[in-house]
Design a protein around this ligand. Structure first.
Ligand code: AMP
Ligand code: MN
Ligand code: MN
Ligand code: MN
Length: 283
């Protein structure tokens, strides 16, 4: 007998062309509908620009669109991503904070281009990379795309490894929003703050303990338990963190593109039943 695997009908972490995703907000919503996702959050990097379009598209295909954002933060000199869910994108404090992050992104893009040029990589590429990003928030993923196109590596993954991470020629250390201020923008905007992809930071047990203690103390409400590229072990560890720190659990693919098979829409397993779902905060 064929075993039927239960899948989550929620996906609360996705990107569109408003940042480094490949699908427009409308295309993303339509694809999610095709894949039987019922509740979708659009969470672009440091922007809410795609939300209006996504919301209009969601109305047409009967998807419950949760307005979201993925904020870049710095805590203890490391970068952590905090997903804000069910936010009011018009909230003035959130808007002001996001504007500051957008300015940092633009400035960093110029610095990355300069650093690469100093090492003889690419020349004056800032404008070309900005053109790839188009109206979207510029990210390292856009630099990676440019460098693949120009033969500096065969995959985006290779480009990150050789050029764009700490210690490599195109890495620019950036002080993003403070963790507490980013969380306060989200909560001020009526949203809930979720620590994105906890396993990806490669923290020791002690570091994770410090992070989650601080995250909770400043109003963090949830942690992603189910992520697009989790192994079973990653999910087990994340679920245990949710239990240990009494954080609600979230489910998000971190979908960017139909070509990244590890972060596909409509393929996520459900949250373990004993973990409070983050959506109980707004349902
Ligand atoms: P940024 O926020 O501008 O530093 O860029 C981070 C984005 O780059 C992430 O959201 C991913 O989309 C992408 N990214 C980061 N690391 C990698 C990697 N090793 N391979 C592919 N994409 C990556
Ligand atoms: Mn991204
Ligand atoms: Mn992220
Ligand atoms: Mn993301």
């Amino acid at each position: 007998m064929k075993e039927t695997t239960r899948l989550s009908t929620h996906d609360l972490h996705c990107h569109s062309t408003a940042s480094d995703g490949k699908l427009s907000p409308t295309e993303l919503v339509n694809m999610a509908a095709q894949k039987d996702v019922k509740t979708l959050a659009l969470t672009d990097h440091d922007t809410t620009n795609g939300l209006q379009e996504a919301s209009a598209a969601a109305d047409k295909v009967n998807i419950n669109l949760i307005p979201g954002i993925e904020l870049s933060t710095t805590w203890s000199d490391k970068c952590f991503h905090v997903v804000g869910l069910n936010i009011d994108a018009e909230n003035p404090r959130l808007k002001k904070g996001v504007k500051g992050l957008q300015a940092k992104r633009l400035k960093r893009a110029d610095l990355i281009a300069d650093k690469l040029a100093e090492k003889g990589i690419g020349g004056a590429i800032a404008d070309s990379v900005k053109a790839i990003a188009g109206d979207g928030m510029i990210t390292r993923a856009h630099f990676a795309e440019y460098l693949v196109e120009h033969g500096y590596g065969s995959t985006v993954k290779d480009i990150f490894k050789h050029f764009l991470v700490s210690g490599k020629p195109g890495f620019v250390a950036t002080r993003w929003a403070e963790l507490d201020e980013a969380i306060s923008w989200i909560t001020d905007a009526g949203g809930v703050a979720v620590l994105a992809h906890p396993i990806r930071y490669k923290l020791s047990g002690r570091q994770m303990q410090r992070l989650l203690t601080a995250f909770k103390a400043v109003g963090g409400a949830g942690i992603e338990v189910i992520c697009g590229n989790n192994s079973l072990e990653d999910t087990r560890k994340s679920a245990n963190l949710a239990r240990q720190y009494q954080l609600a659990g979230s489910v998000g693919s971190d979908f960017h593109s139909p070509n990244k098979s590890w972060a596909m829409l409509g393929k996520l397993p459900p949250l373990p039943e004993d973990i409070e779902p983050i959506w109980s905060h707004w349902c």
